[in-house]
Design a protein around this ligand. Structure first.
Ligand code: ADP
Ligand code: GLC
Length: 480
């Protein structure tokens, strides 16, 4: 039997993206299709989403959806993938970012914007739109988290899955918004949406969902601890039997060095020598001097989570070891400033691009030697998977999905030819510097380095296993 899934999220590649969530939501439909799962994706009607919707048809109208008129537009993406957009101009027709204005200030009504998205999803799943039927509602992160809660209080038979891509972002709101959510009074409870005296959007979804998933097995364990659970560890522990860690895969239509149009030279694991053309292009793009010395790249939000403050402290050592850095990222102003200063201090050795640039991120993976990911926590992480696929050796902290997807190049693993990257424990100046030193040392032995690259390129970063795991979870929920 084909299972019909409504996937609800606030972003999806290639339409709207601020991070890995978009990549995963964008890739899921194709990952699930081989397992007899038909996915429809529901997104906010941001201008970019409405513009991309092929042959939109209005299939439903709300006179008052959390205080504003709205309609549901149905269409397809690229003529194939079914896509629904919540067209509510008062909420989504805005210049600026998905969650914040052009100056980076969070929109004050984010709770209303995403509660409306969640309400629309729940209505849709419970049959509000004629001819549409769903077996499972799959909500991603806090922006969609009220959808399982609305379903629960509607007493609907539809099953729900709540996926946590990052438990640090919880959608915590003032208690005063509760009345406007349109939930029944009993939802204001410790096992409802109430959270430390306010409303917790993610909390409400985690309480209500039939299953909770997160994006790697290690992170599923880590969030049982206060240091990673960020206040929700007790809830996760109490619902432990329903928590599953399913690692992300990558979309081969977007991330494949043999077909990637963003690369001056395309290559496979058998034609790695061609990467040098891309390395020259990286040097040119980042103002680095030409040479064989290893280029470490960073493609990241510049935040505490990503350990970027620690990396800033390691740059003198990295340069002293003969390494170079090509950084693409944006985020905290203080970190942006620190890396700009480093680029001034080391012209030709450290190149920094502050901003967001999708094609440049592909070039970096296809031309740099290694990618640095010193995250303090990382639910899954995608850039290490792209690194593996592109022969750009991941140098990662041993946490979350980084621990689950990279095999450390210790002596035994190198000798056995199974290593795919470099891992280190605990994110400090000392541990990261030592990891960089280890990487530089392996890079000096070209045979070992190419073996490391090849082994990474041949590792399984596909959606095959994880697509199957999600499909199995849906089936288990439906037969329960
Ligand atoms: P997170 O979602 O926590 O930011 P992930 O590793 O899961 O981390 O995903 C990050 C995604 O965003 C990847 O697709 C990465 O290539 C992309 N990305 C991050 N920063 C930039 C940037 N400055 N320019 C282009 N792409 C970026
Ligand atoms: C979040 C996490 C990241 C994960 C991504 C996709 O943004 O921070 O680790 O890869 O979601 O699941």
């Amino acid at each position: 039997m084909t299972i019909s899934v409504l996937s609800v999220a606030s972003e999806a590649y290639p339409l709207v993206k601020t991070g890995g969530l978009a990549d995963v939501v964008g890739a899921l439909p194709a990952a699930l299709a081989p397992h007899d799962v038909a996915t429809t994706t529901l997104l906010p009607g941001y201008p970019a989403v409405l513009a991309a919707l092929n042959r939109p048809r209005a299939v439903h109208r709300w006179a008052d959806l959390l205080g504003t008129p709205a309609r549901l537009l149905a269409g397809t993406l690229d003529g194939a993938q079914p896509l629904l957009a919540l067209d509510a101009p008062a909420l989504f027709a805005r210049e600026g970012g998905l969650y914040a204005d052009a100056l980076g200030r969070d929109w004050e009504d984010n709770w209303r914007r995403f509660a409306a998205l969640s309400r629309a999803a729940a209505d849709l799943a419970t049959g509000a739109v004629k001819g549409r039927r769903f077996d499972v509602l799959h909500a991603h992160d806090w922006q969609a988290a009220l959808a399982p809660a609305y379903l629960r209080y509607a007493g609907a038979p539809v099953r729900s899955v709540m996926t946590v891509h990052n438990i640090a972002f919880q959608g915590r709101c003032d208690a005063a918004i509760f009345d406007a959510l349109g939930l029944p009074p009993e939802a204001w409870a410790i096992d409802g949406v109430e959270y430390y005296g306010g409303v917790g959007l993610l909390k409400g979804g985690l309480e209500a969902a039939d299953a909770i998933t997160t994006v790697s097995p290690t992170y599923a364990q880590e969030i049982l601890e206060p240091a990673f659970g960020m206040g929700l560890e007790g809830l996760i522990a109490a619902r432990r039997a329903r928590v599953h860690g399913i690692v992300n895969g990558i979309d081969p239509a977007v991330w494949n060095p043999a077909t990637d149009r963003a690369l001056p030279a395309r290559y496979t694991d058998r034609t790695l020598a061609k990467r040098v053309v891309n390395k020259r292009a990286v040097e040119a793009a980042f103002g680095l001097e030409e040479g064989d010395a290893p280029i470490f790249c960073v493609i990241s939000r510049l935040t505490w989570q990503k350990g970027m403050d620690v990396l800033a402290e390691c740059l003198d050592a990295l340069v002293a070891m003969g390494g170079r850095l090509a950084m693409l990222g944006s985020g905290d102003a203080a970190l942006e400033h620190a890396f700009r200063l480093a680029a001034d201090r080391y012209p030709g050795r450290v190149g920094v691009r502050i901003g967001y640039d999708e094609p440049l991120s592909h070039l970096l993976q296809g031309g740099s030697d290694a990618i640095l990911i010193p995250s303090r926590f990382e639910p899954c992480g995608l850039t290490q998977l792209y690194g593996l696929a592109y022969g750009c050796v991941p140098v990662v902290a041993r946490t979350g999905g980084l621990a689950d997807t990279v095999i450390d190049a210790n002596e035994a693993a190198l000798d056995a030819g199974v290593a795919t990257g470099v891992q280190f424990d605990g994110v400090t100046r000392e541990t990261l510097t030592a990891a960089i030193a280890r990487t530089v040392a392996i890079h000096r032995t070209p045979d070992r380095w190419t073996t490391l690259q090849r082994r990474g390129m041949r590792s399984d970063f596909s959606w095959a296993k994880s697509g199957e795991r999600y499909a199995r979870l849906y089936r288990e929920l439906l037969s329960a």
